[in-house]
Design a protein around this ligand. Structure first.
Ligand code: SAM
Ligand code: SF4
Ligand code: SF4
Length: 335
């Protein structure tokens, strides 16, 4: 089945957050002033159980979803995540399963993730320089640990991409070293513009390093060749480093928004469905499941929600300083 929203966009991708907890606390996602020691995370009973996630994933696949991404908070903190991956991998019609992680536990868990059927992993790494890295996150973890995780994941057979959020005054000096390092390794690096997801990160436009600025920086050392978009809803603008097969990508949510091809639905760890990363409110699918609705009834509800979808926050943000006041947090919805 293929369902489309009010702007004609099909629902192709589903991102499921499996926890709102994190062992890292990056400053632009979970600033310690808000997500400090006293912060109350979601109670366990409030989270979707694995059987509920599997059931929802199957329902979404019947509605046209082809790609599933598991995210968080930090998804590798969810106990027995490999079991969930093994089960969702078996869903008929699902073509691709990915995981986004900060990489802290990747060295330890890569083998079991592969054994469970995972094929791809996106690892977030915002700097190679250890001082810069440790100034970004609040965990005391060294870059070396993430690099070991990336290496282990590659050796275990996972296709690895690295995501770097670039924030002005924080890590723009790392653009060239990161590009050189991952080009040499043949690993795709994607630069992500700092976004106004949630309200706790005190985002403002002056902190965004745009794709254009990043390309200007890269042009000091590299020539890039654009790659044609390969499917509708592809988020990254992709380039090859000239003369190689190694890719570099840009996620330009702020400077060149891409709402017109947004095919993504998102489910938070508490089972709420969101049709936009910048939404204020979600629809409680967990409640539908726990109140005994059948798959058919849940499907009808989701169809209705998608049919009525008109979200285009990033398109509308351009040229305005009037940001929506209530926006869900990134660590809750998972990116
Ligand atoms: N904890 C995992 C991780 O860091 O990869 C998964 C969840 S994290 C919320 C998903 C992605 O969102 C990461 O690549 C992270 O760097 C990115 N992210 C977080 N806050 C962001 C922001 N304000 N702007 C742009 N990207 C952000
Ligand atoms: Fe945690 Fe990922 Fe957010 Fe960083 S980006 S604080 S690792 S959830
Ligand atoms: Fe999709 Fe919302 Fe992002 Fe636009 S702002 S691309 S609709 S998630």
């Amino acid at each position: 089945m293929n369902i489309t929203d009010k702007l004609g966009r099909p629902m192709r991708d589903l991102r499921i957050s499996v926890t709102d907890r994190c062992n890292f606390r990056c400053r632009y996602c979970m600033p310690k002033e808000i997500f400090g020691k006293d912060y109350t995370f979601m109670p366990k009973d409030n989270m979707l159980q694995f059987d509920e996630i599997e059931r929802l994933a199957s329902i979404f696949v019947e509605l046209g979803v082809k790609k599933l991404r598991i995210t968080g908070g930090e998804p590798l903190l969810r106990r027995n995540l490999s079991k969930l991956i093994a089960h969702v991998s078996a869903i008929d019609g699902l073509e691709d399963i990915g995981l986004t992680t900060n990489g802290v536990l990747l060295e330890k868990l890569a083998d079991q993730l592969v054994a469970a059927g995972l094929k791809r992993v996106n690892v977030s790494l915002d700097a190679l320089n250890n001082d810069t890295f440790q100034a970004i996150n609040d965990s005391g973890i060294a870059t070396n640990q993430i690099l070991k995780g990336i290496e282990k994941a590659s050796l275990a057979g996972l296709l690895v991409k690295v995501n770097m959020v670039v924030k002005k005054g924080m890590n723009e000096q790392e653009i060239l070293p990161m590009a050189a390092f991952f080009k040499e390794k043949g690993i795709t690096l994607r630069f992500i513009e700092f976004m106004d997801v949630g309200t706790s990160n005190k985002w403002d436009l002056s902190k965004v390093v745009t794709k254009k600025e990043i390309i200007d920086t890269l042009s000091h050392s590299f020539s890039l060749e654009p790659i044609k978009s390969s499917y509708l809803g592809e988020v990254a603008q992709r380039y090859y480093y000239k003369g190689t097969n190694t890719e570099v990508g840009f996620i330009t949510s702020v400077s060149e928004s891409f709402c017109s091809t947004c095919t993504r639905a998102r489910i938070a760890a508490d089972g709420k469905l969101y049709t936009c990363l910048f939404a204020s409110d979600g629809i409680d699918l967990k409640q539908m499941i726990r109140s005994g609705l059948s798959n058919k009834e849940i499907q009808i509800a989701i169809k209705e929600i998608w049919h009525n979808r008109q979200d285009r926050y990033s398109d509308e943000r351009i040229g305005t300083s009037n940001l929506k006041k209530k926006r869900i947090e990134m660590s809750y919805i998972g990116g």
